[in-house]
Design a protein around this ligand. Structure first.
Ligand SMILES: Cc1ncc(COP(=O)(O)O)c(C=O)c1O
Ligand SMILES: N[C@@H](CCCC[NH3+])C(=O)O
Length: 419
């Protein structure tokens, strides 16, 4: 459920007409609903309420906007970060260092040191080599790093190949069969406190069975480690739960997910950690765009909008579907190709799609754009970096300014030897 709906025939975010935001901020612009974000945060937490000890670390990568992070900090969420930049955002938003988990296969030595100095709560180590490096850095800083070992369970998440992370051929985690040996070695290193295991098999997961299989494997590994005398007090089950992008998409709910976890982890006696991203932010945002023109051709008309693949990369990168809807629908429909202005054919949002009829100058939205939307934006074709707005009831505020091409140009210089 979200809070974007028609009021008097016009699409609103909560009680604010999207047209009013577009008039003041311009388009394209991302608009987030505070009510949807809070609701999703609460629903996900409630779905885990049968579990005794739970820590939720929001996957910052899905939407790192400072206001979004503050809202989630207020909901009691910690953060899952994958860079020093994300860590600093989470801290700036008021999240406690102890509530931050640092994931990622390529944490640099500088990032590991910065995270140790900041006192973050947990490093999810993705290789033996990283653990050895972290041990040395921790000793040099006279610090102690609390860690889990991320394991690659070799399970197919049955999602898009580019966002699948738990198969043996993916770069993430350590191989399942080597995990116990690596854990034992790292547990013996000074400066490291190995307290558990981590797993994350992919994103936009629409079937709970692969996750269940992965968690069962993690449970078996935990038993093996404990039998070998090791401590396993924490189990980080990652994120990945998918969201409906298309009307009629039937996805497992957070409650279904919570029941599955409760069943698998019933006797584990650990603190369970979760790293949800998309399920919190996906349906809490739309991308508002204006139709530049409708171009007739030999086939379907081309609806050329002022948003492009630089603003919302998901269709170009993963052939992702985002529902398209007019801000003031007339009740008429059309079959069209929806494209942006960028000079490559991958700048296509939809082909031969049945949509609300739209004309030049009219506003429309791409729905379910709150996750992996603004955060993946760039300035290709010297376009602006897209702004973000948050709505709360009748109030709204710009939570990220549009960065104009002139500001980006101003950061460049021509060397003397070219003058
Ligand atoms: C380690 C890790 N945790 C959490 C997430 C969040 O995933 P999602 O947004 O699919 O919940 C990701 C991205 O897939 C990830 O790589
Ligand atoms: N960027 C991807 C998700 C990546 C998840 C990374 N852990 C998407 O838009 O679907």
């Amino acid at each position: 459920m979200d809070h974007f709906g028609l009021v008097d025939g016009e699409l609103h975010a909560e009680q604010v007409p999207l047209a009013a935001i577009a008039r003041e901020v311009g388009t394209p612009v991302y608009v987030y609903s505070r009510a949807t974000l809070s609701r999703h945060a609460q629903v996900f937490r409630e779905a885990l309420s049968a579990l005794p000890r739970v820590h939720i670390a929001f996957a910052v990568k899905s939407n790192p906007n400072l206001a979004v992070l503050r809202l989630l900090a207020n909901e009691g969420y910690g953060a899952d970060v994958v860079s020093e930049g994300e860590m600093n955002r989470a801290l700036a938003a008021g999240m406690k260092a102890q509530d931050i988990v640092f994931s990622g296969v390529g944490k640099t030595r500088a990032e590991l040191a910065a995270a140790l100095r900041a006192g973050i709560g947990q490093f999810n180590l993705e290789s033996e080599e990283e653990g050895v490096e972290l041990s040395a850095i921790a000793q040099s800083l006279d610090a102690r790093a609390t860690c889990t070992l991320r394991v690659n369970p070799d399970v197919d998440a049955r999602t898009h190949a580019k966002i699948s992370t738990g198969k043996a051929e993916n770069k993430f985690g350590v191989a399942y069969d080597r995990a116990a040996g690596i854990y034992a070695r790292l547990a013996g290193l000074p400066g490291l406190e190995m307290r558990g295991l981590a797993v994350h098999i992919g994103s936009q997961i629409s079937d709970l069975e692969p996750s269940r299989q992965a968690f069962v494997r993690m449970g078996a590994l935990m038993e093996e480690l404990r039998a070998g005398g090791h401590t396993v007090s924490h189990m980080d089950l990652g994120g990945g739960l998918g969201v409906p992008y298309k009307a009629g998409d039937a996805l497992p709910t957070p409650a279904d997910y919570g029941r599955m976890v409760a069943e698998v982890a019933r006797d584990w006696d650990v603190t369970l950690m979760f790293e949800p991203g998309r399920v919190i932010t996906g349906n809490s945002g739309v991308l508002v765009t204006e139709v530049v023109r409708v171009k007739q051709g030999t086939g379907n008309p081309w609806v050329v909008v002022d948003a492009a693949m630089n603003d919302l990369a998901r269709p170009a990168m993963y052939d992702a579907w985002h529902d398209f809807a007019a801000v003031k629908p007339t009740g008429e429909a059309m079959t069209a190709n929806i494209v942006g202005p960028i000079c490559e054919s991958s700048d296509t949002f939809a082909m031969a799609r049945e949509i609300d009829a739209v004309k030049a100058g009219e506003l429309a939205v791409f729905r379910t754009a709150g996750a992996y939307g603004a955060t993946m934006a760039n300035t290709y074709n010297s376009r602006a970096l897209v702004p973000e707005v948050m709505v709360d009831g009748e109030k709204w505020a710009i939570v990220a300014n549009r960065i104009e091409p002139a500001a980006i140009l101003a950061a460049e210089q021509v060397p003397d030897w070219l003058r």
